[in-house]
Write a new protein. Structure first.
Length: 340
């Protein structure tokens, strides 16, 4: 089977707005980018197994071309100098492979000469002191005892950083991107020292802004309480995220999963790999407790995300793809949402 035929047999082309004719015409470009992706991922391009080939040509590259289309449209809208970078919001559950996808897309765009940067909502967690104060103020709320849920982020910091990144339109302009040290304070975490924050230099063209709860819509007190009493305060806190962060997003990529319980298995795999490599990791019981603190949010908010899209999603600028438990696109993809 020729490469373009294999690509056209993938499930993401229609959703990504890519035709079979375009694939055939651009087959050389697909292969060039595929070889670079394989190199980045540590694959032998000419000897890839089925899983690796699917990952490169039926998953990452269709998403890449969709993002490239969004970037082209974004630049055309401004038609001139001082074009702000496109901010791509990525909403995807923990463990489903979003970090690897973002890393590879960022590296591929950078390799092509497109200035790109990545930032996660995890970079905007409260400091250890702030999280300790939050937990003390909500002593009976297990969902706010540790970082993770809405309310445990510094919204002002995140909004300021996104504004700075969107302002990197000229040469010589810079912005420092916060980083969070999850290993600090015996795993409770703390914001990393600002001297260690990476510095992004303008002009910037593309920002990948990813998070496990990005674009979630509040469900209201009654619906939140029906899931878990502790979620009521989280839901109240979530209401501020749309104006603070989601409003900065120009296009959305949503990775959908069939069952939130998969998150536990994915986290278990990651921790087992860490322990096998001689690195400290959580026990199975600690993992179960850790993941359980996210499950109420998944139960309350994923249905709305999947049926209505992220808070600021727009038609033509939102791609929703579904992956299976092995993190590969399912054969039958969701239909595009009827967004306004």
């Amino acid at each position: 089977m020729q490469l373009h035929e294999y690509i056209c047999g993938g499930p993401l082309l229609e959703a990504a707005g890519i035709t079979a004719q375009q694939v055939q015409q651009d087959a050389a470009t697909w292969e060039k980018l595929g070889r670079q992706l394989a190199l980045q991922l540590g694959f032998d391009h000419d000897s890839m197994d089925d899983v690796q080939r699917l990952r490169v040509y039926r998953y990452y590259l269709p998403v890449f071309f969709w993002v490239q289309q969004q970037l082209t449209q974004h630049k055309h809208k401004f038609q001139g100098k001082d074009t702000p970078p496109l901010v791509l919001g990525i909403s995807a559950p923990q463990g489903c492979g979003k970090s690897t996808l973002v890393e590879q897309l960022e590296a591929l765009f950078t390799w092509l000469g497109t200035a790109a940067a990545g930032v996660s909502i995890d970079d905007f967690y409260l400091t250890n002191a702030g999280q300790t104060a939050l937990a003390a103020a909500q002593p009976d709320n297990r969902l706010l005892a540790l970082r993770g849920n809405a309310g445990s982020h510094d919204l002002e910091l995140g909004a300021a950083v996104l504004k700075q990144l969107k302002g990197l339109t000229g040469k010589g302009q810079t912005a420092a991107v916060p980083r969070y040290d999850k290993s600090a304070f015996q795993g409770r975490g703390d914001r990393a020292d600002p001297s260690t924050w990476p510095v992004v230099t303008g002009p910037l063209e593309l920002v990948f802004f990813e998070g496990w709860m990005s674009g979630f819509r509040p469900v209201g007190e009654a619906a939140a309480a029906a899931v878990e009493a502790s979620l009521v305060e989280v839901d109240k806190q979530l209401a501020a995220y749309e104006a603070a962060w989601d409003s900065a997003v120009d296009a959305w990529l949503v990775i959908r999963i069939g069952d939130p319980q998969w998150v536990f298995g994915w986290r278990l795999q990651a921790e087992q790999r860490m322990r096998a490599a001689g690195k400290p990791g959580m026990t199975d019981e600690q993992i179960a407790d850790f993941v359980s603190r996210y499950m109420p949010a998944y139960k309350a908010y994923l249905p709305g995300l999947y049926t209505a899209g992220p808070t600021t999603a727009k038609a033509g600028h939102t791609l929703i793809i579904e992956v299976d438990q092995s993190r590969s696109p399912v054969p039958q993809q969701p239909k595009p949402l009827p967004l306004q």
